[in-house]
Design a protein around this ligand. Structure first.
Ligand code: MV4
Length: 459
């Protein structure tokens, strides 16, 4: 039984976890940095402990301080949220050895799937399609060039310890390849302390489609359908939706079954995501698995009617999933816009500062997950996301129109945000057609005048 949870995170996800705990009648302990003293998650949790100065390296990433807080407050479990220590196998292991339940997969699963070459092996064993490339890491330049020529250019070089776009290099020919290969190895060594890289055929203009997994600790694994996350800028997702406008029921079932087999193969427990690339021919390939709850989990919650964070906690308490795959229904269409404190007219530069006025949209089919309030100071030390605006409706059309309406109702004054940018996307014929790949934002930005992304805040 879990009676008290430490929330090892900040911002809207910390608040999201507090809310789930309240509904489950579980006590909460917030940990916070000096910059987050006035934060809502600190005010709404039952207890709070300051764990250090503003920089994450001195607070939210300090495993020892978090474990100490957990022991002082005598919690039963730690929820890591996303980012920070959420996919840190050592931290999960520390929790396990201190008899504190880590709300997520086992540390060995985090370690296994954190090695992107090993994760690919898991996918192969699960008979899920993977992208042609090297069998695991390649260390010699001569061998690497040979493999690259065999699979054919362009090829992509990926760090084994990378993920989410970090440590990737593209090569269009053999000449460029040798240089990129060595740069990739050096960069990987510097960034991750592990210079291992592997090679893959480069898939041009793919769609990014990921499947939500829920797995209990008794061997039952379900998928909750997909999210289409193709609207990204520099590997940062800006808009997510479900269901994908690209998938039909047949492809959805095939990809969902592959995602479930991958989760089964690695002994996955709790909530996770299996990422795929889908190419122009409708062929799909496993790329990586995220061993955490994701930013965009709310999209799946709104289309399935299931509370993923409550499910995570119930699974971590040892409960069995009573649902069967056939019980999972995609009930409607949901779109999420990430509202970031960034200036879309200045290359999405972060815009921290005081929120002078704050009014949120409401009405049918609107959900906002945010820790912001009027008078809140967006600190400069962390991720710039300040809110997730989710809307849902019977169809994608309804959802897009509702999102446009809600974005125009949303008033955040004092800081620049991505609200006007998202509103412009909702009216864009290419986005509306659903023909969106990971190249979309770049293309949209190149043909859209910047003044479209500003708001008249004199009103
Ligand atoms: C790729 C790829 C094309 N070909 N792998 C980027 C994030 C990481 N999860 C994997 N990524 C990619 N891997 C091959 N073999 C293109 C990307 C990619 C991408 C993937 C998902 C979403 C957005 C993206 C944007 C650029 C590149």
């Amino acid at each position: 039984m879990i009676q008290k949870i430490l929330i090892a995170n900040r911002g809207e996800i910390a608040l999201r976890i507090v809310r789930a705990c309240r509904e489950l009648n579980i006590r909460t302990l917030a940990v916070y940095s000096e910059a987050d003293e006035q934060s809502l998650h600190v005010q709404l949790a039952d207890e709070a402990i300051c764990i250090g100065p503003a920089p994450s390296s001195e607070s939210y990433l300090k495993a020892d301080r978090i474990i100490s807080a957990a022991e002082i407050a005598d919690v039963d479990a730690i929820h890591p949220g996303f980012g920070f220590l959420s996919e840190n196998a050592e931290f999960a292991e520390q929790c396990e050895s201190c008899n504190i339940k880590f709300i997520g997969p086992k540390s060995e699963t985090i370690r296994l799937m954190g090695d992107k070459a090993m994760a690919k092996e898991v996918a192969k064993r699960a008979k899920a399609p993977t992208i042609p490339g090297s069998d695991g890491p390649v260390s010699s330049e001569v061998e690497a060039v040979k493999i690259a020529k065999e699979i054919g250019f362009p090829v992509i070089i990926k760090a084994v310890a990378g993920g989410g776009g970090k440590g990737m290099r593209l090569a269009h020919n053999a000449m460029a390849f040798a240089k990129e290969f060595n740069t990739a190895r050096q960069e990987a060594e510097k960034a991750f302390g592990n210079g291992d890289v592997y090679i893959e055929k480069y898939i041009e203009e793919p769609r990014h489609i990921e499947f939500q997994i829920l797995a209990d600790e008794h061997g039952k694994v379900l998928h909750l359908g997909e999210r289409d996350c193709s609207v990204q800028r520099r590997y940062q997702k800006l808009i997510e939706e479900a269901p994908s406008p690209y998938l039909d029921d047949k492809l959805r079932a095939k990809m969902g079954a592959a995602a479930v087999r991958i989760a089964e193969e690695c002994g996955y427990q709790n909530a996770g995501t299996v990422e795929f690339l889908v190419d122009k021919n409708g062929d799909f390939y496993f790329i990586e698995m995220n061993a955490r709850i994701q930013v965009e989990h709310g999209v799946t919650e709104e289309v399935t009617g299931l509370d993923l964070v409550k499910r995570q906690i119930r699974i971590a308490s040892g409960e069995k999933l009573e649902l069967e795959q056939k019980d999972i229904k995609i009930l409607r269409h949901c779109i999420e816009c990430r509202i970031n404190a960034e200036d879309p007219t200045r290359n999405f530069a972060p815009c921290p500062g005081e929120v002078k006025f704050y009014y949120t949209p409401g009405g049918h089919g609107v959900r906002i997950d945010s820790h912001v309030y009027q008078g809140y100071h967006v600190p400069p030390h962390y991720d710039s996301m300040v809110a997730k605006l989710m809307v849902y409706g019977r169809t994608r059309e309804v959802a897009m129109d509702r999102m446009y309406r809600a974005l125009n109702e949303y008033m955040i004054r004092g800081i620049r945000t991505t609200i006007p940018f998202c509103a412009a996307v909702m009216k864009d014929p290419v986005f509306r057609s659903g023909d969106v790949t990971t190249k979309y934002i770049e293309e949209f930005l190149s043909r859209t005048p910047r003044d479209v992304f500003t708001i008249d805040d004199s009103m």
